[in-house]
Structures are given as structure tokens and as C-alpha cells.
Design a protein around this ligand. Structure first.
Ligand code: CR6
Length: 832
């Protein structure tokens, strides 16, 4: 019986044991068997990757049983299902997370040890699927975790990019990008479902004809047909039997290549069509908060949305249900406007394929979708050039015209000829070139619209979606983002997890509000000491990584001041640099002054085409080079740019933070989620009243939060009164000194031109009001320094901070979505 491996389909009693068995001995046997039967290796020749794979398969076998049980139960009992549509999922490494959710981390560690293996070393090896840019993609991953943990029937739909977000390296201070070939060693966490595939049409034209009953019909004759193949990844909940599906679509040629061309001797065009088809899911667009109006991007969006909707309809009909009840079976959440084409696509499927009339189809469609908006930056709202759109999706252009015609008729009566408003609500934008407004399509086609933090949802109603709010106020809601405590605490910070659980038990992992019970321990000097010891150990571990990766020595006794997120002007990493240079100048003028030693740690990727963001990275590194090596500074301040910020690295950085920098211009950051992860791990926030910072401050208490800067209202006022950054520059000698110094080439080997684009944009435009917030930021940082001097008090603040983060679990967010938007219920899964 021992000779059967967990992946086989034999019926030995051992196999059953291997699938469910969570004990050390069965795990050991499963690992050994997988090494032999799946990898075809024996210990003497097995590589680190072979062992990783062997363990991964052993764990996957244990997931599969739960996954099959979940799917079976959903089908048999016909539950209502949430479909989460997202172009991005920033999942992070699977192995350790699955071990935690299965509750077998310790057992696996022991099994490895007995096999002479170091589990942690193997975990380090895992290449993470970086199928997202930043917050939005990571949110989708946290939500998948919470949906499973709350036992909610759900499917996540997306794209199986062959290349995820690029890998970042820093050379001579500049960002350089390398492709992320995450699949090169195989992916043990996915299962290809070759049998589950759909044909997706592109381009061509639409024929109209009358059918026998005299009804006008539409026949889309495409120029290109692509096949979408399902790749499934089970997403297990924390210590429950529920394992939901993440279904990602890969694009392929319908046949491996065009044999007609091949036989006719046209080898190139035969292979070309295969390449064109595979290109669609080839690579993730590396832009965060930026639109890329490229044909391929539109093709990606339509590709995954059409596959997903066809899949849902298939599931629904196979259950013996009527197409008319589709919206009762599925609720479809649009993660931003990337999948908004779904509104037109569902109309097409219902009418052109399933023969429904317009009114019926629209009734179903508008009861199916709900839309989450993730940005207030007007330039980040997606639009498509109408001609481009029509050439890729001719049938959908017709449908959007008709949806719009009916809507404008309605709006004209409702708004009694307010033409400006009607044209702003129209799905089609006029101008030198016409364009399609995806946010408007999403708003019109959805029954609910939500922002991602309280302030953001309010601002949406006053700014970018104002006209929609006035027309359809009942659709508007708020759902403040959250993060999963499983990955961001239990996995990233087992030491703090143990310390907390030792005092209040483990209930908080599933019910984060229970962290509140930690509050009294803030008064316990012994607990404070232990708390700070954990923080110190995490700082030491990060310092070691920094030394290894960058060769820079940083002192774990210094304050770790951390700013990690995508690089963007509105996030104002350069404001942090202004602070660092100000501090540097103070010390230079008075080298013997008493300063709290600080390590400034930055990390984050810039979109490859975003020049100013790349220049910000160069500036950070240039300042670091001078500051880190200046004998007057003598190591008291250090500046580090940690390359290739991703989920793996974030897990190492957050637990080591003393200070969390959340310094975006108020009104620009929709929510932020890194702010939550850092705060949960005991970092104190320095922040503006922006995004979820507002709610974090409310929860942790204003005395535990370092507030600075203009409010969103003040920002709007300053701008409307004609903001002049030059005045701030000329009137503030410290600010002037800093800017002049950058411009003089002080940080760039006397090259005075390198940063000119950046400093000019601050002096003459400063869209994001760095200069207006500069002094307030500097003053607040002085308070941070004072507070850090009293380590015992700091410990208290840090403990209270964590204790009050209960609200920011993605479990809370998902509960709210379930109750207030999706109307879905939990379905506990039983294993037979
Ligand atoms: N860039 C917001 O900017 C928010 C996430 C998730 C963002 C960020 O504040 O926390 O979404 N927006 O809601 C978009 O991606 C458009 C982001 O990650």
C-alpha cells in the first residue's frame, strides 16, 4: 500500500489516508512518494526544487479532497454563488499559506526535519504568482481567502498571465525591469482543465438578418477566434473544509496552427496565428492607476470576461435552471472597470446566443453586476477609443450604442434637458475622437456601486461619479477594504502571532475584533518588553536581508521608518526624500546633535513607462548613496531601497516596521491596504487624512497616530484659489535649501540636470502639493522622533494600535459585501 502516491487514482486504503492524513508520518510518506512517483527522483539526486514540488503535491492532495467536496456540495445544493471578476490577482506564495490554512504547518515542518529537510529553506524557494500590480490585485487575493474562510460559495475569474509583474532590479540607482517567468519550473498549485474551454471572437463584422418570424437578428462574423482554457487553483479557507476555485483563463489557438496555410507553404502565417492567440494572456500590463489604451489590453479584458460569463451560464444551465434565473444563481462583482465589458457581453450572450428579448436581457444583466470603483484620479478612469473598440468588438459597439440610446432617452426626461449632465452621463464621450467610458457602462449596468474606504465613497459621490449619484443614489455604498490576518499576521509574523495567542487565545485569527482583548496588556511591563523583543527580532532579520541583498549595514536598534508601495507622484515618495534631506542638513550643520537613529526603507515598482516615477527611485538611491557614506552622519541615518517589492518581500518588511508612512495627498489614495498590514503588525502611522487612514486613525485613537497635512477639502480649496508652489519654496529656507541642493547636483556627482524634470514639476506645478504639506510633515516627524525616545511609551502605543485594528480584516469587508450587496450565505462544507 505504501507504494501508492497521493496523486494516483488507485483505491488502496493508504491513498485515502494520504489525502486526508495530516499526521507527521503520513506526510513523510506522501513527500517521499511524490518525490519518487511525480518527480521521478530519489533523495541522492533530488534538487531543492524537486523537494519543494514533492511537498507541494503532498499538500495539494490534501486540498483536493476539500475542493472536490466543496464543488460537489455547491452543485448538489444549488447555492447562490459570487463570481469575482478581476484582471489581477496578486496571490503571493501558496505553500506556507496552505499549510497554515490546513493547520499542518508544524506537522509538515517536523516531517521535513525527519526527512533531513528544512521547510523554511524550501518555502524561500517558491516563485510567487505576481499576477497583479499592487493594491487592487492583492485585495482580490485577500478577498478570495476571506470568501473561503467564511465558507461562501465563490469563484474568482481572471487571466493566467504567462508573465506576471516584472522583476525589478536596481542598477546605478535606476530601476531596470526583467520578465517574470514565474511558470518556468512548473506550477504545482494549478490544475489545467483542458475540457473546459470557450471560443472567443475578435474583430470582423456583424451581419443582420430577419429570422423566419421576422425578428431582427445579428450574426457576428469574427476575424479571429481564440480559445480560452481554464486553469484552476484551489483557494482553501482557514481551518474550514471550504476550498473555492480561482479560475484563470489561458489563451490558445483553436487548433495548434493553421494547417491550411502550413500545407500551402505559408509557414509564417500558420505559426503567426498561433502566436497572436497566445499573446492575449501572455503578459500583465504593469501599470497601476494608469490606463493603457492598447488593443491587446482590450482583448485581454474581453477575453477573460467572455470566458467567465460563458462558464457561469454553462454551470447554471447544467444545473437544470432557466436562463431567466441567471441573476438569482450568480452575482458578478466587477473589480474596477477592467471587466466592465461584461455588461455588454452578458447582453450579447442572452440575446444573440440564448434568444432573449432586449428588455428581459437588460433586466437580468442589471440585476447581475455590482461595481467597485478603486480610484479618484480622473485620468485613471478607463476609456476606449471608439474606433479601436469597434474594430475589436463590433457587436459590442452596437450593443453599447443601443444601451446608451435607451439610457439617454430616460435621462433626458429625468434631467429635463440638462445637456451638460446628460453628456457627462453618456456612455460615449465626444471630442476630437469619440471614446467609450467604461466607468459609465459599469455604473449603468450595475445594481450597486461602491468605493473602498469611507472617505473615498463620499468623494466619489461629490466628484468623479457625482452625476451618477444624483441620478441613482440608491446604488451607492461603501465597503472599506480589509486584509487577511492569515497571510499578513499568522504567516508573516508567527512570533507576534504566538505572543498574542498566548494571552488571548487564537480566536482573533478568524475574528479580528478579538484583538481588542490585548488592550489591558499594554499596561503590563513584561508584555511590553516581549512585544518590543519580537519587533527587534523581526528588525534584525530584515537587517540581515538588507545586508545580504544590498551590502548595506543597518542598525536594528534604529527606528525602522518604512514607505513601501507602488511608486507614484500622488503617493509622494519624494516628500519623504525632502524630509530625509532636511534631517541630513540639520545633522551636517550640527554633527553632535542628538538624533534618534533612523533607517528609511523604501520599496516599490514604477510603471516602466512612467518617467517621473523612475526618477523618484533614482533620487532615493542617490540620496542614500550620499547619506549612507557621509562620515558626519556616521550611520545615524540610513536610506535603503529594497528592490523588487512583491508579496514575498512584503511579508518580511511589514513585521519589522516601527513607522508606517502613508503620506499621499489627501483625496488621492482611494483606500490603501499596506497601511492596514503595517499597522496590524504594530507600526505607528504617519499619515494624511486620506483613504482608509481616516478610519485607521479613528480606530487606533488620534493619540496613537501622527497626523499631518491638508485635508481633502483644504487641498481642493488651495487648488481652486490658485496654488503657487514657488511661494512655499521662496518663503521656507529649509525647503529652499533642499531643492537647491538637489538641483546643484549634490546627490548626483555634480550632475545638475538629472533631477531637473522632478524639481521643475514641483516648483512650477506641484500637482500633489508636496510643498504645501512640507512643513507640517517635518514638524510631525519631530514628534515621531520624540515619541520614539520613550521606548516604553512607544511599546504601549504599538500594542494599542494592533489591538484596535479589528475592523481591517478582509473577513469584515467580505461579510459586508455578502450581506449588503451580494445577498449570499455561508455554506459549511462537510467531508464524507
Ligand atoms: N492602486 C487604489 O489606489 C486601493 C486599491 C484597492 C487602488 C488603492 O488606494 O487600496 O486600489 N486603485 O482598492 C486601483 O488600482 C485603480 C490601487 O491599488
Amino acid at each position: 500500500a505504501d507504494a501508492t502516491n497521493g496523486n494516483g487514482n488507485g483505491h488502496s486504503p493508504y491513498l485515502e489516508d494520504s489525502r486526508t492524513g495530516l499526521g507527521v508520518d503520513t506526510l513523510k510518506r506522501a513527500i517521499r512518494n511524490n518525490l519518487f512517483y511525480v518527480q521521478g527522483k530519489f533523495p541522492e539526486i533530488a534538487t531543492r526544487n524537486d523537494y519543494y514540488m514533492a511537498i507541494a503535491y503532498a499538500v495539494r492532495d490534501r486540498l483536493l479532497q476539500r475542493w472536490v467536496a466543496s464543488v460537489k456540495q455547491y452543485i448538489q445544493e444549488k447555492h447562490r454563488v459570487v463570481a469575482y471578476l478581476s484582471a489581477e490577482y496578486l496571490l503571493g506564495p501558496h505553500l506556507a499559506n496552505n499549510l497554515i490554512n490546513l493547520g499542518i504547518y508544524k506537522e509538515t515542518e517536523q516531517a521535513c526535519k525527519e526527512l533531513g529537510l528544512d521547510l523554511e529553506w524550501l518555502i524561500e524557494k517558491e516563485v510567487e504568482p505576481g499576477l497583479g500590480n499592487g493594491g487592487l490585485g492583492r485585495l482580490a487575493a485577500c478577498y478570495m481567502d476571506s470568501l473561503a474562510t467564511l465558507e461562501v460559495p465563490a469563484i474568482g475569474y481572471g487571466i493566467r498571465y504567462q508573465f506576471g509583474i516584472f522583476e525589478q532590479d536596481i542598477r546605478d540607482g535606476w530601476q531596470v525591469e526583467d520578465t517574470d517567468n514565474w511558470l518556468r519550473r512548473g506550477n504545482p498549485w494549478e490544475i489545467a482543465r483542458r475540457e473546459l474551454s470557450y471560443d472567443i471572437k475578435f474583430g470582423g463584422y456583424v451581419q443582420t438578418y430577419l429570422d423566419r418570424a421576422g425578428k431582427l437578428c445579428f450574426n457576428w462574423i469574427p476575424e479571429l477566434v481564440v480559445k480560452g482554457v481554464a486553469y484552476d487553483t484551489p483557494i482553501l479557507g482557514y481551518k474550514v473544509n471550504t476550498a473555492n476555485t480561482l479560475r484563470l483563463w489561458k489563451s490558445e489557438a483553436p487548433h495548434s496552427f493553421d494547417f491550411q496555410s502550413f500545407n500551402a507553404g505559408d509557414y509564417n502565417s500558420a505559426v503567426n496565428s498561433k502566436i497572436i492567440c497566445e499573446n492575449i494572456s501572455k503578459v500583465l500590463y504593469p501599470n497601476d492607476e494608469q490606463i493603457e489604451g492598447k488593443r491587446l489590453r482590450l482583448q485581454q479584458q474581453y477575453f477573460f470576461v467572455s470566458c467567465s460569463l460563458q462558464d457561469m451560464i454553462g454551470i447554471h444551465l447544467r444545473q437544470g435552471e432557466k436562463i431567466h434565473d441567471f441573476h438569482k444563481k450568480f452575482v458578478v462583482q466587477l473589480n474596477d472597470t477592467h471587466p466592465a465589458i461584461g455588461v455588454a457581453e452578458l447582453m450579447r450572450l442572452l440575446m444573440d446566443v440564448h434568444q432573449l428579448e432586449w428588455e428581459e436581457a437588460w433586466d437580468i444583466t442589471s440585476k447581475t453586476f455590482a461595481y467597485t470603483n478603486h480610484t479618484l484620479l480622473p485620468e485613471a478612469l478607463e476609456t476606449w477609443d471608439l474606433q479601436l473598440f469597434g474594430s475589436v468588438l463590433p457587436r459590442h459597439l452596437q450593443l453599447i450604442y443601443e444601451i446608451n440610446r435607451r439610457f439617454v432617452d430616460y435621462a433626458t426626461i429625468k434631467l429635463y434637458g440638462n445637456h451638460q449632465k446628460i453628456s457627462s452621463l453618456s456612455l460615449i464621450g465626444e471630442g476630437p475622437r469619440k471614446y467609450i467610458k467604461m466607468a459609465n457602462l459599469a455604473c449603468l449596468g450595475s445594481f450597486a456601486i461602491n468605493g473602498v474606504a469611507a472617505l473615498h465613497s463620499e468623494l466619489l459621490k461629490k466628484t468623479v461619479l457625482k452625476d451618477w449619484y444624483e441620478l441613482m443614489p440608491h446604488k451607492f455604498q461603501n465597503k472599506t477594504n480589509g486584509v487577511t490576518p492569515r497571510r499578513w499576521m499568522v504567516l508573516a509574523n508567527p512570533e507576534l502571532t504566538n505572543l498574542i495567542s498566548g494571552k488571548i487565545g487564537e480566536g482573533w485569527i478568524k475574528n479580528l475584533h478579538e484583538l481588542k482583548q490585548l488592550e489591558p496588556f499594554a499596561d503590563d511591563p513584561e508584555f511590553r518588553k516581549e512585544w518590543m523583543q519580537v519587533k527587534f527580532n523581526k528588525k534584525k532579520a530584515l537587517a540581515k536581508r538588507i545586508k545580504k541583498r544590498l551590502g548595506v549595514d543597518v542598525d536594528p536598534n534604529s527606528m525602522f521608518d518604512i514607505l513601501v508601495k507602488r511608486i507614484h507622484e500622488y503617493k509622494r515618495q519624494h516628500l519623504k526624500v525632502l524630509h530625509i534631506i532636511t534631517l541630513y542638513n540639520q545633522i551636517k550643520k550640527n554633527p553632535s546633535m542628538d538624533v534618534v537613529p533612523r533607517t528609511f526603507i523604501f520599496a516599490g515598482k514604477a510603471a516602466p513607462g512612467y518617467r517621473k516615477a523612475k526618477l523618484m527611485i533614482k533620487l532615493i538611491n542617490s540620496v542614500g548613496e550620499i547619506v549612507n557614506n557621509d562620515p558626519d552622519i556616521n550611520g545615524r541615518i540610513k536610506v535603503v531601497f529594497y528592490p523588487n517589492y512583491n508579496v514575498t518581500n512584503a511579508q518580511k518588511i511589514y513585521p519589522a516596521a516601527d513607522v508606517s508612512e502613508q503620506i499621499s495627498t489627501a483625496g488621492k489614495e482611494a483606500s490603501g491596504t499596506g497601511n492596514m498590514k503595517l499597522s496590524l503588525n504594530g507600526a505607528l502611522t504617519v499619515g494624511t487624512l486620506d483613504g482608509a487612514n481616516v478610519e485607521i486613525r479613528e480606530c487606533v485613537g488620534e493619540e496613537n497616530f501622527f497626523l499631518f497635512g491638508l485635508t481633502a477639502d483644504e487641498v481642493a480649496k488651495v487648488k481652486s484659489e490658485g496654488y503657487k508652489p514657488w511661494d512655499y519654496y521662496s518663503e521656507n529656507p529649509n525647503l529652499k535649501e533642499v531643492i537647491d541642493q538637489i538641483n546643484s547636483g549634490y546627490f548626483s556627482h555634480l550632475d545638475s540636470k538629472v533631477f531637473k524634470e522632478l524639481t521643475d514639476s514641483l516648483l512650477y506645478d506641484d500637482q500633489y502639493l508636496l510643498f504645501a504639506d512640507y512643513q507640517s510633515y517635518i514638524d510631525t516627524q519631530a514628534k515621531v522622533e520624540e515619541a520614539f525616545k520613550d521606548q516604553d511609551k512607544w511599546a504601549r502605543m504599538s500594542i494599542l494600535n494592533t489591538a484596535r485594528m479589528g475592523k481591517f480584516s478582509s473577513d469584515r469587508s467580505i461579510r459586508e459585501y455578502c450581506d449588503e450587496i451580494w445577498k449570499v450565505e455561508s455554506v459549511p462544507v462537510t467531508l464524507d
